[in-house]
Every structure is written in structure tokens, then in C-alpha cells.
Design a protein around this ligand. Structure first.
Ligand SMILES: [Zn+2]
Length: 64
């Protein structure tokens, strides 16, 4: 992936098309679009393959 063009880690949409949220992870900037930000919070398992180490992330749950 080219570092020069930020794209969503999940759908590869560019910031030309939609707002991207910048993440810092393992010392590197990553980008995720607003549409897929909830995945990172609620269902990070869906990012396995897109986000290194996603399988170790835990989903946020309101009921604890
Ligand atoms: Zn996306």
C-alpha cells in the first residue's frame, strides 16, 4: 500500500471521497472511514486481515 495516499484499512476508500479518521497503532498512522469506524469499536474481528493484530482486539460492549 502506498503511504502517500491515506485510505480506509477496510474498504480502501480515499479521503477524497469520505472523511477518514486517523488512528495511531503500533507507531504508525492508519486510517479508517467513518462508515467502518464502528467496526473497530464493536466488531474488530471483521478487521482481521486488514488490521495487523485485530484478532487480539476486544469488542466494546455496553453490558460489560
Ligand atoms: Zn471504510
Amino acid at each position: 500500500m502506498l503511504e502517500s495516499e491515506p485510505v480506509c484499512i477496510h474498504c480502501q476508500v480515499s479521503e477524497e471521497a469520505v472523511p477518514l479518521v486517523t488512528l495511531l497503532y503500533q507507531g504508525k498512522p492508519l486510517y479508517i472511514c467513518a462508515q467502518h469506524l464502528p467496526l473497530l469499536i464493536h466488531d474488530p474481528a471483521k478487521l482481521i486481515g486488514s488490521l495487523p493484530g485485530a484478532e487480539q482486539l476486544k469488542a466494546y460492549r455496553q453490558d460489560g
